[in-house]
Design a protein around this ligand. Structure first.
Ligand code: PLP
Length: 235
């Protein structure tokens, strides 16, 4: 992808996203720091990533371990890094130790592999949930979540579940996926009580370019923003 927008446009669009997140937090009675903006960097060329640094972005999410390794060679110190793509078990060891949070854990076998590969101080993860049961080929169904929490609880301490992630179906009107976000928050609230001493489950990674405002209104603590910053016909 060629650089299509200038550094100035990137700054403007980051500012727009920040402002919309801030307004959504205020509308829903939450504090100004209760949602962080992660930029999904999979569409970004190195020069566009440099523009993100200029725009004050401090958190990137990558989808592929090869890209993560390559981008960290250049921009390793400029950002906090998360992993947001589907993670194959054989790639687990390339990712643990390189990122502060893996958003996309969706099987007990992956959890076992992460526990095996985790550094001494463990690894922080989110469980990816397929809330509507149709929107994504990845993620676990609601009734599979507790099995994964049990898998992470043993062996104790290596894999810390910090909360949940979901990808909503692509729709024209983000109101059509509000139920996805509110349902994930409800699921989290129910599990939080049961798992409280073990896992804090405070993070909800939900909302992308098309639906992040609605997601923040429904409790997102991390929004994953990609295209809207660099697309030619952005805001
Ligand atoms: C690409 C990607 C995003 C960002 O999507 P946009 O619609 O471009 O904002 C968010 N989450 C995941 C897991 C992604 O792969």
């Amino acid at each position: 992808m060629k650089t299509r927008v200038s550094a100035e446009r990137v700054r403007e669009r980051v500012a727009i996203v920040r402002e919309r997140v801030a307004e959504a937090l205020e509308r829903s009675g939450r504090g100004p720091d209760e949602a962080r903006i992660l930029i999904a960097s999979k569409y970004y060329e190195p020069e566009q990533i440099a523009m993100l640094v200029e725009a004050g972005i401090d958190l990137l999410g990558e989808n592929r371990s090869e890209d993560l390794i390559r981008k960290q060679e250049t921009f390793g110190d400029a950002f906090e890094w998360h992993f947001i793509g589907h993670l194959q078990r054989r790639k687990a060891r390339d990712v643990v130790g390189r990122v502060d949070l893996i958003h996309s854990v969706d099987s007990a076998r992956l959890i076992e592999e992460l526990a095996r590969r985790a550094p001494q101080d463990g690894v922080d993860v989110l469980i990816q949930v397929n809330v509507s049961g149709e929107e994504s080929k990845y993620g676990v169904l609601e009734d599979e979540i507790e099995g994964l929490l049990r898998a992470a609880a043993d062996p104790v301490g290596k894999v810390r579940v910090r909360g949940f992630m979901t990808i909503a179906p692509l729709v024209e009107d983000p109101e059509d996926v509000r139920y996805v976000f509110s349902k994930l928050r409800t699921i989290r609230d129910r599990l939080k009580a049961d798992w409280a001493p073990h896992f804090d489950l405070s993070e909800l990674s939900m909302g992308m370019s098309g639906d992040y405002v609605v997601a923040v209104e429904e409790g997102a603590t991390l929004v994953r923003i990609g295209r809207t910053i660099i697309e030619e016909d952005g805001p």
